[in-house]
Design a protein around this ligand. Structure first.
Ligand code: SAM
Length: 205
């Protein structure tokens, strides 16, 4: 039998992707203020996914200070894509806009203030990728809008699906023929997804 690396989480901690000073500053702020940002490994996963599918129209639910939004904005730069990010806290939205300006992404990203479900109910455009990271009890209500706004073949990437608040959402999406879904419960340094999980869903119908 193949031998495993003794402590894979600690081992892969040594390979955390490099970040610029702006992202490092947002990580320090998040630690200090207990803002639940995705962190560098999930940020990198978002970037890779968005670039791999050549996403041009990206919707994010839950902006906070704009940390994950910067990864998404940078990922769609090559294809001159656009990100719309939804945040119900006006103060957070203001901070995010300031950080996105520092990242040179103001033209590429729009932060809208309001409840994600309410804002999505008013939208008509189609998206290639949706990243969901709002309050977990809001996931179930947001799911029909995600299905409506995501193109067939589009990706829904959802954070924290192992939180109890996401249980109804999980039951729903795993039972729907419109989605092919995989939970990602692996070791990701600084994120503890072995506790709070991620899922990746493809809209097939
Ligand atoms: C987990 S944080 C987002 C972190 C961000 N995605 C990152 O990784 O950098 C969730 C954010 O979503 C906002 N939020 C929570 N529920 C919401 C909802 N139903 N509609 C809009 N914003 C919501 C909160 O105010 C908070 O700033």
């Amino acid at each position: 039998m193949a031998a495993m690396i003794a402590d894979p989480e600690e081992y892969f901690r040594g390979f955390v992707p490099p970040r610029d000073e702006l992202l490092l500053e947002l990580e320090r702020e998040a630690l200090h203020e207990r803002i639940p940002i995705v962190g560098p490994v999930v940020g990198e996963l978002l970037y890779i996914l968005a670039r791999a599918v050549r996403a041009e129209r990206i919707l994010e639910l839950g902006t906070a200070t704009g940390y994950s939004t910067i990864y998404l904005g940078r990922a769609c730069q090559e294809h001159k894509g656009q990100v719309i990010s939804l945040e119900w806290d006006e103060g957070m939205a203001t901070r995010a806009r300031r950080n996105l300006a520092k990242a040179g992404l103001s033209d590429r990203v729009e932060v809208l203030v309001g409840s994600a479900a309410d804002l999505m109910a008013e939208m008509t455009q189609e998206f290639d990728l949706i990243f969901m990271d709002i309050d977990k009890e809001g996931y179930l209500a947001a799911l029909p809008y995600c299905q409506h706004l995501l193109k067939i073949g589009g990706l829904l990437f959802t954070d924290n699906v192992a939180f109890q608040g996401a249980a109804e959402f999980n039951r729903e999406i795993f039972s729907r023929t419109a989605w092919r879904v995989v939970p990602l419960l692996c070791w990701l340094p600084h994120h503890s997804p072995e506790k709070d999980g991620l899922s990746l869903a493809l809209r097939v119908l």
